[in-house]
Design a protein around this ligand. Structure first.
Ligand SMILES: C[C@H](O)CC(=O)SCCNC(=O)CCNC(=O)[C@H](O)C(C)(C)COP(=O)(O)OP(=O)(O)OC[C@H]1O[C@@H](n2cnc3c(N)ncnc32)[C@H](O)[C@@H]1OP(=O)(O)O
Length: 530
């Protein structure tokens, strides 16, 4: 069965609208690419077609090359056959203009195809980026050449080296898209734009040959030198970011066609590396953590969490409150007295302000999110909470008392989660008759930053509670791992022996600085003694 396709509809005004359809993210599978090539051949040969608009089905332009297809490309495929022979020589050099109509996502190969088009229209919320480096590869469909020519070298490097996408509005500001419009108007606007190109009312840009955003060669060398130094510092053990910078340089110094060929050859080389194989495995492994046999595949639907309550406003509690309000959950934070409560609330405010300082949150959004939080000193307002996360100190008796109190106030479907990192959940729930809704929600400090969420289940935890927490994890952008109620759960079960092994080495007389040094050289961000 074909893995995705494209469909072409020729409108009365002479615009052929080609729609990529390969759910869930409209990835460029071999079938999609073959279908796209057929559609283009037809559109370019038909006399009733004046221009082409390329878009994606169901509000998603394209999530890039099909990651499952790496390593499955035909062995004798000519380097650059898609990037040069099709995209550059047929689409970009065509005598009919193409306009990309982008909603949802234009990532990796998706954005690269859009950059081949002669103009791009997007929605304000669309995400555009070249995240290939996080898969251990480099952009392979012309992205290393066209992005710097559209947005300038600095911005292009930032986007590629961080793998971070930008939203439609910013894409417009930096020159990646030509106009921003609503999802409803998107295709019509793109069609009008394409016809205006035909009528010479709008410019007919070929991104590959633009030079107006590129700095002079002296500055290029300086910028790339700095980027190499920073990259080696940040990721000393991987090659592909440096390869990416080399390819960008080749295109600017020797011309974009030479750059495209170097990109095609280098992309093929890095794709075969162990780093890329590992990072691609990691991409799917990360998603597999929320697919738990006999839990997520038995038809349970996650219940909606409208209001969450946190018990304890210390470092962990305030971090958890922060991540929840950041993701638009209504939260109440309970402390034992006014002083601790205001300290907890101030910590949440401080966390939000740090996002404002880094430009990741506007002041208005900060205030709006902060208004989702209220502080309390008793359990009265817990009555309509759908989830409670207990985040007090690791004291079994205290936790037991809290959960038996919670039982008296909360409705019987409310999930009782504990942020404990080590205590047996059966003990924590021992004084309640609610063992089925006791579950671990172990965040890592700082909870509003670290991406992992350990969900701990006992033999009695209901499957529904786990499905609910997995869904919440997705909503708050955490990677969940479901662990059993065993010593150390999953993370500390690995982390404690790691620290112990380091301590043994010290007992044997090794220098702590040397141990830390070896560990950081191995690639860990810091050693066990820092
Ligand atoms: C030649 C080119 O230069 C090379 C490339 O294009 S490489 C690919 C570059 N593209 C990317 O790196 C994008 C990767 N995808 C993502 O970042 C995210 O999936 C996304 C932002 C598109 C969507 O996120 P979200 O809505 O949270 O859904 P998410 O759960 O991640 O993905 C949905 C499904 O699509 C799959 N998927 C996402 N992107 C895919 C891709 N490019 N290829 C194949 N499958 C993909 C996921 O594995 C997942 O499958 P599952 O449901 O079986 O687990």
């Amino acid at each position: 069965m074909a893995k995705g396709t494209t469909a072409m509809e020729v409108r009365a005004d002479g615009v052929a609208v080609i729609t990529i359809s390969n759910p869930p993210v409209n990835a460029l599978s071999f079938d999609v690419i073959a279908s796209l090539q057929r559609n283009y051949a037809e559109a370019l040969s038909r006399n009733d077609v004046k221009a082409i608009v390329l878009t994606g089905a169901k509000g998603r332009f394209c999530g890039g090359f099909d990651i499952t297809a790496f390593g499955k490309k035909p062995k004798n495929e000519k380097p650059g056959s898609m990037s040069i022979d099709f995209l550059s020589d047929i689409v970009e050099d065509a005598r009919k203009p193409s306009v990309a109509a982008i909603d949802g996502i234009a990532l990796g190969g998706g954005l690269e195809v859009a950059m081949v088009c002669h103009a791009r229209i997007s929605t304000p919320s669309a995400q555009l980026g070249l995240p290939e480096l996080q898969l251990g590869i480099i952009p392979g469909l012309g992205g290393t050449q066209r992005l710097p020519r559209l947005v300038g070298l600095q911005k292009a490097l930032e986007m590629m080296l961080t793998s971070k996408a930008i939203k439609g509005r910013e894409a417009h500001e930096v020159g990646l898209v030509d106009a921003v419009t609503s999802a409803n108007e998107l295709v019509n606007t793109a069609c009008s734009w394409a016809l205006e190109i035909v009528e010479n009312k709008k410019p007919w840009f070929k991104s590959l040959y633009r030079t107006d955003r590129l700095p002079d060669l002296v500055e290029v060398k300086d910028v790339l030198k700095f980027a190499r130094v920073q990259t080696k510092k940040k990721a000393p053990n991987v090659q592909h970011p440096i390869v990416c910078i080399d390819v960008i340089e080749e295109g600017i110094v020797c011309g974009p066609r030479v750059g495209l060929m170097k990109e095609a050859l280098s992309a093929k080389m890095v794709e075969q590396s162990q780093t890329s194989k590992s990072l691609r495995h990691f991409f799917f492994a990360q998603r597999a953590t929320s697919k738990i046999p006999n839990i997520t595949n038995i038809g349970l639907t996650p219940r909606k969490i409208k209001k969450a309550a946190i018990v304890g406003g210390g470092l962990m509690g305030s971090g958890i409150a922060t991540v929840l309000i950041l993701n638009n959950f209504k939260v109440i934070l309970k402390e034992i007295n006014e002083q601790f409560l205001s300290a907890g609330i101030n910590r949440v405010r401080g966390n939000l302000q740090s996002f404002v300082r880094k430009g990741q949150l506007t002041k208005e959004d900060c205030e709006r999110k902060f208004s989702l939080l209220s502080g309390v000193l008793d359990y009265e307002q817990f009555r309509d909470a759908d989830l409670v996360v207990e985040a007090v100190i690791e004291d079994i008796l205290l936790k037991q008392k809290i959960f038996s109190d919670l039982e008296k106030y909360c409705h019987h479907n409310c999930i009782f989660a504990t942020n404990t990192s080590t205590i047996d959940l059966n003990l924590i729930g021992q004084k309640t008759g609610s063992q089925d809704r006791i579950v671990g929600a172990h965040f890592f400090s700082p909870a509003h930053v670290m991406p992992l969420l350990e969900i701990v289940r006992t033999h009695q935890t209901s499957l529904q509670a786990i499905v609910d927490l997995l869904d919440m994890a997705k909503k708050i952008h955490k990677t969940p791992i479901v662990a059993g109620n065993c010593t150390g759960f999953a993370v500390n079960r690995m982390f404690f022996p790691y620290g112990q092994a380091a301590s043994f080495l010290v007992d044997y007389g090794l220098d702590v600085y040397r141990i830390d040094n070896v560990i950081t050289q191995f690639g860990m961000p810091m050693g066990p003694f820092r």
